[in-house]
Design a protein around this ligand. Sequence first.
Ligand code: UDP
Length: 236
Amino acid sequence: MTLTMLYEGKAKKVFSTEIPQEIIIHFKDDATAFNGEKKDVFADKGRVNLAFTRYFFELLNPHNVKTHILSFIDDVSLRAKKVEIIPLEVVVRNYAAGSICRRLGFKKGMEFEPPLCEFYLKDDSLGDPILCREHIRYMDGIAESDLSVIEESALKINTILSEHMDSFGITLVDFKLEFGKTCDGEIILADEISPDTCRFWVKGTMESLDKDVYRENKGDLISSYKKLGDILGIKF
Ligand code: UDP
């Protein structure tokens, strides 16, 4: 099978397949933070993040959350439906951490009840700025009704994941999702869910088992990811 690379992102490569409506996504070992200013390669990271993505997406399946994943090919690649990615980074926050503390001065760990759902423009050249609904109204291709579907889905995913992580003594602090539109116009969950895209704290200690370990130089990234995997019983 001849694979043509369609796109190379910071953490993944996307290839076309023999079926026009299907793609192959390859998880790279690269880590980046601060809009690509900090960059490193960690052996095994692609494999570990794919295992987490598989775990979380399979957790969502029985809850009727439609996703782009079709099958898993090997340790680092999966087959997915080709979608038009909606250029939004959808962030759900249960507790304050990261950019919301820097931007608004909220104390790290402050609870958001009900959880916050925020939208950021997926555009590295603009530094992924935060958007309000009024801004999105003026953006091509994102209807008000699409936004409601996305928000409802993101909050549902938050409930499922938070309750699940809670049962393992882990707090889901916040996370980022991306959605895409299929050729039939259906909005489905795309991209990945992994410690690269979520913040996870050990209950009681607030120990990070996510990319903050890398962002804040708090230890060995892969060991922290594998520690989280061990808690969840994920076989790497
Ligand atoms: N996030 C992500 N990709 C991004 C920006 C954020 O996966 O390009 C995730 C991040 O890992 C965290 C959540 O979204 O779980 C909220 O990130 P935040 O806005 O606090 O930004 P950060 O502190 O990561 O710069």
